[in-house]
Design a protein around this ligand. Structure first.
Ligand code: DUC
Ligand code: ZN
Ligand code: ZN
Length: 469
């Protein structure tokens, strides 16, 4: 008799964005084919008694093997980045394919496929980063790429090598509207940052902690307001990435109250770090330099409220990995460097889910359903990966994380699998950790080991973003 299932997960508590229920899961050909109590014991079996059975995480903001204009290299490539993600319970990553100014966007995409090809243990899609919206890019390349499954792109309002001017932002938003894509915005006012940076450096204030002074919440608020205003002019949806706290959050909440299709993402660093972490002894504060910078405890509370009240739809890592003791120098730029030359970004792809589960779900700040929604379902929906990814349902890919809700872990860098020599969360105690991770029905992580083959992860074409409120 042919078996109905290749694998059955028995006895667990399944959580989706809409319900939490006891069920067995039957898997065949990499997909979920049955969801019911007491499925027959067939094929391979996993006993999930006492465990949570969650849709694998979708980390919609991570940077792997992304060259920077100053030549600093990211520590994780498309092997170690996705591997670390998988160990942390994530089964889909959406890193960026970044166009360099003067480069064709098609060429950039080809380049990133070469970087990624044959390396990732889990499935991946790409957001684009549009830095040079020429006539060729807007008229031909971008519309064709959207049709080919690259349906979201990030634009910047800061960094000389990345930023767009206001006119260009409007052009990109208008194209996104026409072609059914989603624009993600890094919102910080470039001139405010440059002006403050110059003043700080002239005064000799160049240590890591001044990174936070040079990038104040007002600069983020202004650019957030501008991005939302432009999206309103064009009548296009927009998603503001890595929102750090109350100032920008108020702009987003007010826009959403007016019924605008404005979406927002926040990240662990805005819940678990503050600007004080940039002020550690010596140069150690450089370990926490990311942009926007972490703020203060009031901002952390504000971000928690935004996760609770729906201002934020997406919780991503913004994993942007640089080594602290890099061969090029401490945090790449060297200890003598001004904060302005330290690459912006911190690791977090493996700790994203445990931190939010422990501090959010177990401390009663968010429900388990909301946790799943923020970390898996909403990113899949907004970036056009539903119904394949982001949920546990018949027909979906069997991307599943079996979660031990009681496991106590003290986070140390030694236990993580990224290629970075530190974690910003060293010594942080959490309860809850992924135990078994399946990608398309195949166990990839079990018993603290990777048992999935490098390169088995597939490239995913994204469909039209679901930006209905
Ligand atoms: N923006 C990101 O999205 N990641 C790292 C640094 C930055 O400025
Ligand atoms: Zn950014
Ligand atoms: Zn980022």
């Amino acid at each position: 008799m042919t078996e109905l299932y290749d694998l059955v997960i028995h006895g667990g508590t399944v959580a989706t964005a809409s319900e939490v229920f006891k069920a067995d899961i039957g898997i065949r050909g990499g997909r979920i084919v049955a969801l019911a109590t007491d499925l027959p014991r067939q094929g391979e079996e996993i006993d999930a008694t006492g465990k949570l059975v969650l849709p694998g995480g979708v980390d919609a903001h991570c940077h792997f093997d992304q060259p920077t204009s100053d030549g600093s290299r990211m520590a994780d490539d498309f092997s170690t980045g996705p591997l670390s993600a998988a160990f942390g319970g994530t089964t889909t990553v959406i890193p960026f394919a970044c166009q360099m100014k003067g480069q064709s966007l098609r060429e950039a995409v080809r380049d990133y496929h070469e970087r990624a090809n044959g390396k990732s243990v889990i499935d991946y899609a790409f957001h684009l980063i549009v830095t040079d919206p020429t006539e060729q890019v807007l008229g031909q390349e971008l519309p064709a790429l959207i049709r080919d499954g690259y349906t979201s792109f990030k634009i910047y309002t800061t960094y000389d090598d990345l930023k767009l001017n206001d006119r260009q932002i409007l052009e990109v938003l208008a194209l996104a509207r026409r072609e059914g894509a989603l624009t993600m915005v890094h919102a910080e006012n470039s001139d405010v940052i440059a002006w403050l940076t110059d003043a700080l450096e002239r005064a000799g204030n160049t240590g890591p902690r001044y990174h936070a002074t040079a990038r104040p919440a007002i600069a983020e608020r202004e650019a957030t307001h501008r991005a939302i205003s432009f999206a309103e002019v064009v009548d296009a949806p927009v998603l503001v990435v890595h929102v750090s706290g109350g100032e920008a959050q108020q702009q987003i909440a007010a826009a959403r109250q007016r019924g605008l299709r404005v979406f927002a993402e926040t990240c662990p660093q805005y819940l678990f770090l503050t600007a004080a972490d940039l002020d550690l002894d010596g140069f150690e504060g450089a370990k926490h330099i990311c942009s926007p910078p972490p703020r203060d405890t009031a901002s952390q509370e504000s971000v928690w409220r935004g996760l609770q009240d729906g201002t934020f739809q997406v919780f991503s890592s913004d994993h942007a990995p640089f080594r602290y003791d890099d061969p090029q120098g401490k945090k790449v730029a060297g200890e003598k460097a001004s904060f302005a030359h330290v690459p912006n970004g911190i690791p977090g792809v493996e700790t994203r889910l445990p931190l939010l589960f422990s501090e959010g779900v177990l401390k009663g700040r968010i429900s388990l359903r909301r946790f799943v929604e923020l970390t898996s379902t909403n990113p899949a929906r907004l970036y056009g990966l539903m119904p394949r990814k982001g949920t546990i349902a018949v027909g979906a890919d069997a991307d599943i994380t079996i979660w031990d809700p009681g496991r106590q872990v003290t986070i140390t860098n030694a236990m993580l699998h990224h290629n970075v020599d530190y974690t910003p969360y060293e010594g942080h105690q959490v309860t809850g950790w992924p135990e078994i991770v399946l990608s398309r029905g195949e166990v990839v992580i079990r018993g603290g080991e990777c048992v999935g083959e490098a390169g088995r992860g597939a490239f995913l074409e994204c469909g039209t973003p679901d930006t209905l409120q």
